[in-house]
Design a protein around this ligand. Structure first.
Ligand code: ATP
Ligand code: MG
Length: 368
């Protein structure tokens, strides 16, 4: 599966462009602010029906206009496939597959699997544990509707239980039967979520290790550990044991909403002790593991977008990453960088096809 060509009309800084792509590596280089990331974002749009950066569609309309269009021509399972996204100020976003409009945007998601690695993902490492839960949940639920429903039901039961605990704090009233009911629901949904999160980490852990060791050339040890209170005790017992504590705290102190993902460099937390380059290498390895996981589930290679990932990495690591993604285990790749010489140097060494575009003055000029 790959994107053959893309046309943009009034999308962000572009008035109008049409561009063809290689089915392997596509690079965009140019100065800051010329629109390299915007190209990747438009490709992201065609997979996820929204921008990677903002959920407000109108922000992506070129400032002087009132609509934008993104049109992509793909080859999917050896058949041409056209994906169209149009948005006009004040109107509903239109999303079409081969000229036929979708009823629900959710029906489209998953058709063109895609993994983006962006400098903004560093929050996954530097942010709180919620960021990492979102990362795990986002990937699993993309391909597992039941997981998504369990999460929604879990969160609903949690909110209601917390509401009762708060009420108890205010009024002293505590309805044991209703809390029992919520405990049962939390245990039912929570156990399934726990099992799937565990399975997911067990799955991507070794792949992540493999990629990290390739990028760092075996120089550093890393670990990815799933931490959940449910590993020590079953959820119903945890809830029963913590009930008095929860009444004092006025919220639910145990459960899968407290799960964490420990990112370790050697024996130490990567967030606190890793250098910027080490953190970035970790992030890239984690996202490439995500890539392989999605590929396993959907049976073909997602599109890979690498936005500005080489900043802060030494030339050896840049070379290792490019060599890695240029291999046949990966499919179509889009790379942005401000430094054309850095990219060229590595690209010249790899076999396989690549297109290198210079981005300047809202235009893309092919350099090779
Ligand atoms: N809706 C919009 N209308 C017009 N221009 C926009 C719009 N949204 C963003 N831009 C412009 O797009 C440019 C940013 O583009 P982009 O983020 O793709 O740059 P870049 O080439 O990736 O830069 P960097 O090297 O700094 O990452 C900015 O100049 C910004 O003003
Ligand atoms: Mg950019």
């Amino acid at each position: 599966m790959y994107l053959q060509s893309l046309s943009l009309l009034n999308f962000k800084n572009y008035t109008q462009i049409d561009v063809d792509f290689s089915s392997k590596i596509n690079c965009f280089t140019g100065n800051n602010g010329v629109g390299k990331t915007n190209i990747l974002d438009s490709i992201y749009y065609l997979s996820f029906c929204k921008s990677f950066f903002s959920s407000i569609d109108s922000m992506n309309i070129n400032h002087s206009q009132n609509f934008f269009v993104i049109n992509g021509e793909y080859q999917l399972h050896d058949k041409p496939e056209q994906i169209y996204c149009g948005f006009e100020q004040g109107k509903k976003k239109k999303f079409k597959r081969n000229k036929k409009e979708y009823d629900k945007l959710a029906d489209h998601i998953g058709l063109i699997p895609l993994v983006m690695i962006s400098p903004y993902d560093i929050n996954l490492i530097l942010g709180g544990s919620e960021e990492r839960r979102k990362f795990i949940d986002g990937i699993i639920s993309q391909f597992d509707r039941n997981y998504l429903y369990d999460l929604q039901n879990y969160n609903r039961a949690l909110t209601q239980r917390n509401h009762l605990l708060k009420l108890y704090g205010k009024t002293g009233y505590f309805d044991v039967d209703v809390v029992d009911l919520y405990d049962n629901q939390l245990a039912e949904f929570g156990n399934r979520i726990f099992e799937k999160r565990k399975e997911f980490i067990d799955n991507i852990g070794p792949v992540f290790q493999k990629f990290f060791s390739h990028i760092s050339q075996g120089k550093e040890e890393v670990q990815l550990n799933y931490e959940s209170q449910l590993q020590q005790e079953s959820f119903d017992i945890l809830l029963a044991n913590s009930r008095e504590k929860d009444k004092m705290a006025r919220y639910t102190t145990v459960g899968i909403h407290k799960d964490g993902l420990d990112l370790l460099l050697g024996d130490y937390p990567l967030r606190k002790l890793g250098s910027q380059g080490q953190q970035k290498s970790y992030l890239v390895a984690l996202k490439l593991a995500q890539f392989e996981y999605i590929q396993m589930l959907c049976g073909f290679k997602p599109i890979l977008l690498l936005d500005d990932i080489f900043d802060k990495l030494d030339s050896e690591r840049v070379e290792q990453i490019i060599k890695l993604v240029a291999q046949n285990n990966f499919g179509q790749i889009f790379i942005t960088d401000t430094n054309p010489a850095r990219l060229n140097k590595v690209l010249e060494q790899i076999e396989g096809e690549y297109f290198h575009y210079l981005v300047k003055d809202e235009m893309l000029t092919k350099l090779n």
